[in-house]
Design a protein around this ligand. Structure first.
Ligand SMILES: [Zn+2]
Length: 149
């Protein structure tokens, strides 16, 4: 297995709880060059706790596949005293409600009992390692600047 990540676009919206800027980042994961997973990651500037939401979708992501061939799991990712921690949460803790494309969203218990939960964690590990936008938020690493401003 050889996982690689391609960063997708970022959108900014108003946080529902406080009106501050919420960033939603997208990304595409491939395994040996074949589409493997898609994720959404998000956080809000100025929230007291450093806590991001990560939704990982696994299943069929090839050309012509449909959402009912995929499942997604919602996780919260936080920096707890310098250590990145992940926990699976439920549908109610997902800030986005337009994620039909990611497939059926599993409830926490269902996710934890799923035989594929290790695959979701595996993808999440790679995302946290490789998505520098998310890392910048979680651990304060400098974001590599892009050519345009
Ligand atoms: Zn807020």
């Amino acid at each position: 297995m050889s996982i690689s990540i391609e960063l997708g676009n970022v959108s900014v919206s108003e946080c529902e709880c406080c009106g501050k800027r919420s960033h939603t980042m997208r990304g595409f994961v491939s395994d040996d060059g074949a589409a493997y997973a898609v994720y959404f990651a998000g956080y809000t500037e100025g929230h007291r706790e450093i806590m991001a939401t990560l939704v990982v979708s696994l299943g069929a992501w090839c050309e012509g596949s449909t959402p009912d061939e995929r499942e997604c799991v919602v996780m919260k990712v936080r920096n707890h005293r310098g250590k990145i921690e992940m926990m699976v949460v439920g549908v109610a803790d997902c800030p986005w409600d337009d994620l039909q494309i990611l497939g059926r969203m599993l409830e926490r218990r269902e996710a934890l009992e799923s035989p594929t939960i290790a695959d979701f964690f595996h993808v999440a590990d790679h995302v946290i390692e490789r998505d520098h936008r998310l890392r910048a938020y979680l651990i304060g690493e400098r974001v590599r600047t892009t050519a345009h401003h």
